[in-house]
Every structure is written in structure tokens, then in C-alpha cells.
Write a protein that binds this ligand. Structure first.
Ligand code: AMP
Length: 244
């Protein structure tokens, strides 16, 4: 091989390796899902199944906020009143709790499901902005659809563990007072009562369509799963097909 040819081959090898390393570095390695769906649509249960069956991590802003309320932190005290009335907690508080969590924990997870976040147009915009700091993240939006009246009935039957927040349906439980996972006491959340649920559904309807616009503008695809008359396992099967 003469010298010019050798130099050309060497140059091509260097450019090729640099390109390969660059692609490897910038290719998304983590997936973050957001599950959109009215309260009671089954997004929490689906998240649970994905954690158990696929090893995903779930992050529920509702749980983070409830923890903050239980621990009486400054943020918890500010959030409490909104939550008791079934209203959304202000975006500044929610973004602050998400920011903290991401800074402390994102490096330790592979696939994350955001349960109940982003929940407003502003949160969606701020979150897409926040993700620019994490180039190794691919963000996917999944919407679970179900009629309001089915949800009100479902929520009336929902119990959660006071200690570990595991959700249960009263209809499927043998003993409706004890958590099968940790032995904690099962309670009906204040915000699962029918009048609060109706208020939450109203809030959900008002916020979901501007959020879709934010995602569309950001070039994100919104996948949907129809949850009517589906068991949690059927919902999970559909989710797995979607992910594949
Ligand atoms: P969840 O457990 O997701 O149903 O949330 C319970 C309550 O926490 C809601 O009714 C809101 O008051 C509050 N909350 C949870 N997530 C958010 C969010 N992303 N933005 C505003 N408020 C939230």
C-alpha cells in the first residue's frame, strides 16, 4: 500500500471511530415514560406491573407530595391544602420536588415511569426544558383512556396502604384492612371520595389538551391504551407490546 492510500485509510479509521464514539455517547440510554391518564385510570397499577415485570422504576409526584405532607416539610405544608381539596399543587412546588429527585436519583435508574407528572402545560414545558440537561434520556408519552363514570366507581373502591402506598381494589381483597405487602393499614384516600374525584376529573380534562399540544410541538409521539374493561394484566400486556 503506498503512502497516500495508507494516510487516507488511517484518516477514515480515525473519523469512523470518532463518529462511533460520538454516537455511542449521545445515543439515549435511559427511557423516561410519562403515564397520562385521569386519576383512577389504572396508571399507578400499570406502573407497579412494569416495576415488577420489567424492572422499571416509578416516580409518582402524588407519593412524593404525600411523603412531604406526612413529614411536615415546608413544601409539604404548602402542598397539603391543595391536595385535600383535590386541586393541583402549584407548578413551582412540583418542579422543585422533581428537580431534587432527578439530581439525586436519575443516575441510578435505567427506565423510569413518571406517574402523574407532568400534569399541566407549564410542567410539560418545564420538564422538556429540564430534560435538555440529560442527553442520554429518551422521553415517551403514554395516555391511558377511560370514561369518567367508570373512574368514579373505581375510585370509590380503591384503598391504599398508609405505609407503602400500594393500591388495592376493595372488591378484590379478602381482608380490606391490611396491606398484603407490608402489613400496613389500608385507608381510603381523602382525594378518592366521589366529590373530590369529580373535581379532579374536571381539572384533568382542562389540563390534558394543552399538554398534548406541548408534546406535539416538541415532536413527541403520544401512544394511547384504552383501559375500559381491561384487567391490570391485560393493560400490562398491551404496554409490553407497545414498548417492544
Ligand atoms: P395522585 O396520587 O397522582 O393522584 O396525586 C394526588 C394529589 O397530589 C393530586 O390531587 C394533586 O393535589 C397532587 N399532585 C400530584 N402530582 C401533581 C402534579 N404533577 N402537579 C400538581 N399536583 C400534583
Amino acid at each position: 500500500m503506498n503512502k497516500p492510500v495508507m494516510l487516507t485509510v488511517a484518516a477514515l479509521l480515525i473519523v469512523g471511530s470518532a463518529y462511533f464514539l460520538f454516537k455511542k455517547k449521545t445515543k439515549p440510554v435511559k427511557t423516561i415514560f410519562t403515564f397520562m391518564g385521569a386519576p383512577g385510570s389504572g396508571k399507578g397499577t400499570l406502573a407497579e406491573l412494569a416495576i415488577k415485570g420489567l424492572g422499571y422504576t416509578s416516580l409518582s409526584t402524588g407519593n412524593l407530595l404525600r411523603e412531604a405532607v406526612a413529614q411536615s416539610t415546608e413544601l409539604g405544608k404548602e402542598a397539603q391544602g391543595y391536595m385535600q381539596e383535590g386541586k393541583l399543587v402549584p407548578d413551582t412546588l412540583v418542579m422543585s420536588i422533581i428537580n431534587d429527585w432527578f439530581n439525586k436519583n436519575l443516575s441510578t435508574v435505567n427506565t423510569l415511569i413518571l406517574d402523574g407528572f407532568p400534569r399541566t402545560q407549564n410542567q410539560a414545558t418545564l420538564f422538556i426544558e429540564l430534560l435538555k440537561k440529560f442527553p442520554d434520556v429518551s422521553f415517551r408519552v403514554l395516555e391511558i383512556t377511560i370514561p369518567d363514570e367508570v373512574i368514579v366507581e373505581r375510585m370509590a373502591n380503591r384503598l391504599v396502604c398508609e405505609k407503602c402506598q400500594a393500591p388495592y381494589s376493595r372488591k378484590l381483597l379478602k381482608d380490606s384492612s391490611v396491606c398484603e405487602k407490608c402489613g400496613g393499614t389500608l385507608i381510603q384516600r381523602q382525594d378518592d371520595k366521589p366529590e373530590t374525584v369529580r373535581e379532579r376529573l374536571k381539572v384533568y380534562e382542562q389540563t390534558v389538551s394543552p399538554m398534548r399540544n406541548v408534546y406535539k410541538k416538541a415532536g413527541l409521539q403520544i401512544d394511547t391504551i384504552d383501559a375500559v374493561s381491561k384487567t391490570p394484566d391485560q393493560l400490562f400486556e398491551e404496554f409490553k407490546q407497545l414498548v417492544d
